[in-house]
Design a protein around this ligand. Structure first.
Ligand code: FAD
Length: 386
């Protein structure tokens, strides 16, 4: 293999390059990225950058030492055998890493809607978050909650509009415990409220009601950015279909990060994870696969969110299962929720301001050992001793 092309200059893209070099790849590497920026981290965009504590989040990686040819500001637009077609010409490859991430979903309407995916999005939105500005955020998911946190801190009048009956309803069945966080931060949360259109002066709801706003932020999820692979040999289904080695069905093509829909041995199902840890760790396996090694990607998924002065962390994957609370969300400063199999093995844990539970719970999910569900329900017993 002489030439590897990496498409997507985000975290998964740059980590793939580092991993290829670490696995001894000495050939040429070209990094194609649609944005005009060197690879940067996205989690700070809705936290430090939006709060004004940072202006940049560039990944600390020595591109010169990695000997990479950068093609920034160039988008891949097609793939045929051994060739990536880009807006900047064609690139032949012997190996290809697909790391094009995901792109935000937008709502209908003529009004301007901010989304938050890129550093340019974050800086544009930050400039609008001035005291007394009326900010309407559509979606009480991870992004919506973090944007609401920053906007409230900036002194804006914030309304969050959520179609479901609780925050984070798409991801977790415990969002009801987070409802009070909004009011405590001075944010109005309108649940069960569906948006029809984004208009120049705010939102029109499906029931005809209106919410006046100076700034509208849409945080209703993302879709894998894989349209450029339509019609190629790479199979698509909710992202790029890959096996447990992160290998696609096309020869010498692997996929990583938000766009990859991989087979999880551990959870015996397909997974497409839109979180930082996945973009950080998948590339090592993808690089090994391209190098002909036999590596398997089998992580316990992990993510975190910082919202309304709370640190929310999650490890594992819950698919039904018995829920056990550790602590009382209405009384305790920190609490956790555990998901157990019928034979008392931990499959997932969500912690709020209990980082130690997260650390120990993650190990328990990894080890699959049986635990004592009665001791688990006592927040005074450390998880390690359950
Ligand atoms: P991306 O970071 O999306 O990078 C893909 C790159 O590919 C982009 O630069 C894109 O422009 C480029 N690209 C797309 N199409 C093409 C094309 N056709 N040709 C060339 N280039 C293309 N996760 C957590 O666990 N915790 C958090 O607190 C957290 N906070 C977040 C906050 C924000 C605001 C956002 C947006 C995400 C957050 N995440 C968080 C998620 C995490 O950042 C993502 O999972 C991670 O960025 C995925 O990395 P990636 O490299 O797969 O994709």
């Amino acid at each position: 293999m002489d030439h590897v092309v990496v498409v997507g200059a985000g975290l998964a893209g740059i980590r793939s390059i580092e991993a290829l070099r670490a696995h001894g790849f000495a050939g040429r590497i070209t990094l194609v990225g649609e944005e005009n920026h060197r690879p940067y981290d996205r989690p700070p965009l809705s936290k430090a950058v939006l709060l004004g504590a940072a202006d940049s989040s560039v990944v600390d990686s020595d591109l010169d030492a990695l000997d990479v040819t950068l093609r920034l500001g160039a988008a891949a637009k097609g793939l045929r055998e051994g060739v990536v077609e880009t807006t900047d010409g064609e690139l032949q490859f012997d190996g290809l890493v697909v790391a094009t991430g995901a792109a935000p979903i937008r709502l209908r309407g003529e009004g301007h809607q901010h989304v938050l995916r890129t550093i340019d999005d974050a800086l544009a939105l930050r400039a609008k978050l001035l005291p007394e500005t009326r900010v309407a955020i559509v979606g009480a998911g991870w992004i919506g909650a973090e944007v609401a946190t920053a906007a409230a801190r900036a002194g804006c009048q914030v309304t969050v509009v959520e179609a479901d009956d609780a925050p984070l309803a798409n991801a977790l069945p415990v969002g009801a415990y987070m409802i009070p966080w909004y009011a405590e931060a001075g944010v109005e949360l309108r649940l069960g409220t569906k948006v029809g259109t984004v208009d120049p002066d705010g939102l029109t709801l499906l029931d005809g009601d209106r919410i006046a706003a100076d700034v509208v932020v849409t945080g209703v999820g993302v879709r894998p950015a894989v349209a450029w692979l339509d019609g190629s040999d790479v199979e698509l289904d909710n992202g790029v279909l890959v096996d447990e080695h992160l290998r696609t069905f096309a020869p010498n093509v692997v996929a990583v990060g938000d766009c990859a829909n991989w087979w999880s041995r551990r959870f015996r199902r397909r997974m497409r994870i839109e979180h930082w840890d996945n973009a950080l760790n998948g590339p090592d396996v993808a690089a090994a696969t391209l190098m002909g090694e036999s590596a398997i990607y089998d992580p316990v998924p992990y993510f975190w969110s910082e919202q309304f002065n709370h640190m929310v962390q999650y490890a594992g994957h819950h698919d039904g299962g018995r829920m056990v609370m550790r602590g009382d969300p209405e009384r305790d400063a920190g609490w956790s929720v555990c998901w157990l199999t019928d034979d008392d093995r931990l499959t997932a844990i969500l912690t709020v301001d209990r980082p130690r539970d997260l650390l120990q719970g993650r190990r328990l999910v990894e080890s699959r050992q049986r635990i004592d569900a009665v001791r688990l329900a006592d927040p005074g017993v450390t998880l390690r001793d359950c």
